[in-house]
Design a protein around this ligand. Structure first.
Ligand SMILES: [Zn+2]
Length: 414
């Protein structure tokens, strides 16, 4: 491995504030450890702000427009498939249903692997290639692994993926079809996370694991930057599904960067949604206590079924510092939200992604979000990645019809 010579930023521990120069070997704070010592990527904001004052925001995609707050050097090794570019969607039907007029959806089911995680993987690939590493590993509930499989294939890298055998079949299929090396475990995601990190050290693989890799958050923040580009301002509220907390912390970082650059006046209130059957951050938030591992996990929203959120400290900071909150929703609430979103907007969200819409409705009911505010709901993965959740609730068991008009008429009651 070669030392990355960038010099345009440094790393800072979120717990003790210790600063580190950029080095591919340094991912977390040596003093605080891998859980407490996750790092922020800090850029010279004043200098960049002066430059932006002269030239404004220019470039093609979000990576180019905000190249000064990207951790890699340009020209970069971004995968050949197109990443980002999500335009906010404003559905009249959805706004009517919610009694709002300025609710927007950020639909990341459109990314190459059909999940938000491609934003993180793209930066991880750029960083790995810059360090001249050709194998990348990740532990994942499914989406980050699928994203790594897809983008490694598009970049000529080898992916080694640590996944629970319980991951939904479509997500597992993505891993195999793209030629990744798949390691399936009879264990939960959070139970194989440390093993993956140990293997990265032992075998010299690039570690794409969320939270312990500070750069994945720099990829996730591109969604916040795109929301700003679309709205020309920060929204009042942003609603995010939370498992590990990595998307939440990435969105916070994006708006924090924009605020440091003087492009927005304040960071939106960040609201994190967890499944009621696995809600360690909701519990820690409500008890004003430290994050403790959740006992028995009981939810079918697999992407957010994380008993010990690896980026929990950053996610909690994001919610507390912006005046947001964490909220939980039942699997029944999630299905109702998934169905309503699908029939009203045409977006089929996976259960974990639909959780953010379910949470939005609950937060409005509790008057934590007001109807006249600008809210953005993040939809982070496609429903086609786990149809078994929907089919459990949908009535699809009617008998096949005989092919004649009479049977059509009878079935439709017309
Ligand atoms: Zn530290």
């Amino acid at each position: 491995m070669e030392k990355i010579v960038s010099g345009k930023y440094f790393l800072k521990c979120i717990t003790c504030g210790r600063q580190y120069n950029v080095d591919p070997h340094i991912l977390t704070c040596s003093e605080c450890g891998e859980y407490n010592g996750t790092l922020d990527v800090i850029y010279p904001y004043e200098e960049i702000s002066k430059k932006l004052g002269k030239q404004g925001l220019i470039g093609g995609n979000v990576f180019e427009i905000f190249d000064d707050i990207m951790p890699f050097d340009f020209p970069a090794f971004i995968p050949t498939v197109y990443i980002g570019g999500t335009k906010l969607m404003k559905s009249d039907a959805l706004n009517h249903y919610c009694g709002t007029s300025r609710t927007y959806i950020s639909d990341d089911t459109r990314q190459p692997s059909a999940s938000f995680k491609d934003r993180a993987t793209s930066i991880a690939i750029a960083m790995a290639k810059q360090a001249k590493m050709s194998t990348m590993a990740v532990a994942s509930t499914g989406n980050a692994a699928a994203s790594t499989a897809v983008l490694a294939a598009a970049s000529g890298m080898q992916a080694i993926l640590f996944v629970p055998k319980s991951a939904p079949l479509p997500k597992l299929t993505q891993l195999y079809i793209h030629g990744a090396k798949v390691l399936k475990f009879d264990a939960r995601y959070d139970e194989i996370f440390d093993l993956c990190t140990q293997c990265c050290k032992q075998f010299g693989w690039y570690n794409r694991n969320t939270a312990v890799n500070p750069y994945t958050g720099e990829g996730k923040k591109t969604a916040a930057l795109e929301i700003f580009l679309d709205l020309g301002r920060a929204p009042d509220n942003l609603i995010v599904p939370v498992g590990d907390g990595g998307i939440m912390s990435g969105m916070y970082k994006g708006f924090w960067d924009l605020n440091e650059l003087g492009l927005i006046d304040s960071i939106p209130r960040l609201f994190g949604v967890q499944a009621a059957g696995c809600a360690p951050l909701v519990r820690a938030f409500e008890d004003d206590a430290q994050i403790k591992p959740w006992g028995k996990v009981s939810t079918s929203a697999d992407s957010i079924a994380v008993a010990l959120p690896r980026d929990g400290i950053k996610a909690m900071r994001a919610v507390r510092q912006t005046g947001g909150r964490f909220v939980d929703v039942s699997d029944e609430d999630i299905f109702k939200a998934q169905f309503d979103l699908a029939r009203l907007t045409g977006i089929y969200a996976e259960p974990s992604a639909a959780a953010s819409f379910a949470g939005f409705l609950k937060l409005m009911e509790g008057e934590f979000i007001k109807k006249n505010e600008v809210s953005v709901i993040l939809i982070t993965g496609s429903g086609l990645k786990d149809t078994s959740f929907s089919t459990k609730y949908l009535n699809m068991k009617e008998k096949p019809l005989s092919p004649d008009i009479k049977s059509v008429s009878k079935r439709l009651g017309i």
